[in-house]
Unconditional design. Structure first.
Length: 368
């Protein structure tokens, strides 16, 4: 088969969850499939230095760069199957269509989006349900949401869990751990800290995490800092008010977007990784933290408990006292924390991009 994949979600250097998924899917497919021919579509302007053209060593993978915005139909030519790893307006013709739907956050948490964003996503998903031959969902939670809001046919959907790059996220041994600690210290990260990772936006629930931190501080249960690693998204202005109101200015560190090496160090060295998101389609930070052996507290809503299983403490994300209580339990009970970390590492084994690629290839082969 001639298979085309849209690479737009990982052309930017600082990609987040969907970019990681698309990049690692292509990389893993190139390692397991030497039979099919792949055409990677990349839209880039000549003087756009923020985007990088994907490079794949496998001989059956070819990159098609759309320098002048001519569109998929003109650039790709005839293919048997077109896969877009994220939702988009479908313009490609004369091919089977596969779309990965990561979440329906604009439906389940519309307060975190503009009206225009919600309207565009609604139009795109309506078209996808009508035109896509297969819809890959990254969790049972996403399948449930899709069925709730759209007349999608069960035979259209396939569950394919996403993975974690174990070449990036893994437990550090003694020497590497000491070096990582020294590097974080140079960057102003203290010996003891709580960690949050993700784009800073309302659905990530940082306000209640800050309130939980305030409770721990007030009760003198935690004397160090919270590290919030991630790029600023939208509607973040209220966080500054919460930080000021509860006198947390010196207790929160925002390092911004960090390198993979720094992120691995943060996961390895944090006291507790806290991810109380209101909604996730999959929740990459959960499995990344698991893969590094972190003790994790996450939400009991959307896909979080599905992905976490028994590897994390799950809490009501709307209850700051419950978030604080779970963190405190891990801080005070070393044996319980150690047991949870062992379960986290075991749970991480269930998620790999090799498995994601194998199951995605099986979806492609349905049309062979």
């Amino acid at each position: 088969m001639r298979i085309a994949i849209n690479c737009r979600s990982f052309l930017l250097k600082n990609y987040t969850g969907i970019g990681r998924y698309a990049y690692n899917l292509v990389k893993s497919l190139s390692e397991i499939d030497q039979k099919n021919e792949y055409w990677l579509y990349a839209q880039k302007k000549y003087f756009d230095f923020k985007r990088t053209i994907p490079r794949v060593q496998a001989e059956n993978f070819h990159v098609k760069v759309d320098w002048f915005g001519q569109g998929l139909n003109k650039i790709l030519g005839p293919v048997d199957l077109y896969h877009t790893p994220t939702i988009e307006t479908l313009t490609f013709e004369k091919a089977k269509i596969v779309v990965t739907v990561h979440d329906l956050v604009y439906k389940t948490y519309p307060a975190g989006h503009t009206a225009q964003t919600c309207e565009t996503a609604q139009k795109q998903l309506t078209q996808i349900v009508e035109r896509a031959d297969r819809i890959i969902c990254c969790s049972q939670s996403t399948i449930h949401d899709l069925q709730q809001y759209f007349p999608v046919k069960p035979e259209q959907m396939r569950l394919v869990y996403q993975g974690v790059d174990k070449n990036v996220f893994y437990p550090l041994k003694d020497l590497a751990r000491a070096q990582a600690r020294a590097d974080l210290t140079r960057r102003g990260i203290p010996q003891s800290f709580l960690l949050f990772v993700g784009t800073i936006e309302p659905r990530k629930n940082l306000q209640n995490l800050l309130l939980a931190l305030s409770i721990l501080k007030k009760n003198k249960a935690f004397k160090s800092k919270l590290v919030v690693s991630g790029m600023k998204g939208w509607m973040v202005e209220g966080l500054a008010d919460v930080i000021k109101k509860f006198d947390l200015t010196d207790d929160v560190i925002f390092p911004g977007y960090v390198s993979d090496e720094q992120l691995r160090a943060l996961y390895n060295l944090c006291d507790v990784f806290v991810f109380p998101s209101f909604y996730e389609g999959f929740g990459f930070p959960i499995v990344e933290a698991f893969s590094c052996g972190a003790a994790v507290v996450t939400s009991d809503v959307s896909s979080c408990p599905e992905i976490a299983a028994d590897g994390a403490l799950v809490v009501n994300p709307y209850n700051p006292d419950e978030i604080a209580g779970a963190v405190l339990r891990l801080l005070e009970d070393a044996d319980f924390k150690s047991q949870l970390q062992a379960k986290a590492l075991n749970r991480a084994v269930s998620f790999s991009f090799d498995k994601t690629a194998q199951e995605t290839l099986a979806v492609y082969q349905e049309f062979a």
